[in-house]
Write a protein that binds this ligand. Structure first.
Ligand SMILES: Cc1cc2nc3c(=O)[nH]c(=O)nc-3n(C[C@H](O)[C@H](O)[C@H](O)COP(=O)(O)O)c2cc1C
Length: 263
């Protein structure tokens, strides 16, 4: 008996159904995993903030360590804190804000020494609290290196000028060259350096080669990166931007008048 012929379109429909089922599974997994991804992103961010403050400990849960840190929002123009009920820090995305027409603005070329093109009106800041006093203030900074935008947290002592620590956590510089900004040994060289002189001028400088270890300059100068001067210059520029007039300067000046550890 002659075999019944399969319709020519049958394999096509089978593939179509299979493709549909697979894409539904992938889309479902992507949506289902989103809260987990967001949770991990936040944990990672907390780790980087703790690292800058020298408080990260691999043996302790990140959320426990982070419980001494209070997250606040400041207005970069006025230097004032924004009340938490007006803009809750948990729901504020600073990088998105820079690109919004209401919460961000373009920077003109002369002002934009960090190469970020736009700046947000408000910035997140992190206060380390010990027995109701603020012992460190951690500030997010970013700016162009040779190939990429580099992101870091800088922790300041309660004197609001001495660096307690810095953690570069995201960049696209070349591993072994500009990528050395991630090197903990290089980052350790920032500890104890001062950003402002007693006259409040911006004195911090990433130098080419080795920074002096004694004398007046030693307190403001940080080692450069051998073979990666362009990245190091980018780091210098981003620090000057964020600790200058368009960045945290007015916030830090306001805090100084209140006494750094009373906020
Ligand atoms: C493939 C390649 C990747 C590089 N990556 C970097 C980098 O990430 N950062 C950097 O400053 N220089 C990088 N450079 C070197 C720069 O072109 C430049 O020579 C260097 O910044 C000068 O630093 P120096 O004066 O310390 O030698 C790279 C060069 C090459 C060929």
């Amino acid at each position: 008996m002659a075999k019944k012929k399969e319709p020519a379109a049958k394999p096509f429909y089978s593939v179509l159904v299979l493709a549909f089922v697979c894409s539904a599974l992938v889309a479902g997994a992507a949506v289902g995993l989103r809260p987990r991804q967001e949770e991990n992103r936040q944990l990672d961010q907390k780790k980087n903030i703790l690292r800058a403050a020298g408080l990260y400990d691999t043996n302790k849960p990140v959320n426990t360590l982070f419980s001494v840190i209070e997250t606040r929002i400041v207005d970069l123009d006025t230097g004032e804190f924004i009340p938490q009920n007006e803009l809750p820090p948990d729901s504020y995305n600073q990088l998105k804000a820079a690109f919004s027409s209401t919460l961000g603005r373009p920077l003109d070329q002369e002002a934009d020494i960090a190469g970020i093109r736009r700046i947000e009106k408000y910035s997140l800041v992190y206060l380390v609290k010990e027995n109701n006093t603020t012992t460190q203030i951690i500030l997010p900074v970013r700016g162009k290196g040779l190939w990429s935008t580099m992101y870091a947290y800088v922790s300041l002592d309660a004197d609001l000028t001495t660096i307690r620590g810095i953690s570069f956590y995201e960049h696209g510089e070349t591993p072994g060259l500009g990528g050395e900004i991630e090197n903990s040994k290089w980052q350790a060289g920032w500890q104890g350096k001062k950003i402002y002189s007693p006259e409040q001028t911006l004195a911090l400088q990433v130098v080419k080669g080795k920074a002096p270890t004694s004398g007046e300059e030693a307190q403001y100068q940080v080692d450069g990166l051998s073979g990666a001067t362009m990245t190091a210059d980018g780091v210098n520029d981003l620090m000057h931007f964020w600790f200058g007039d368009h960045g945290f300067k007015s916030f830090l000046e306001k805090l100084k008048t209140k006494g750094g550890n009373n906020v």
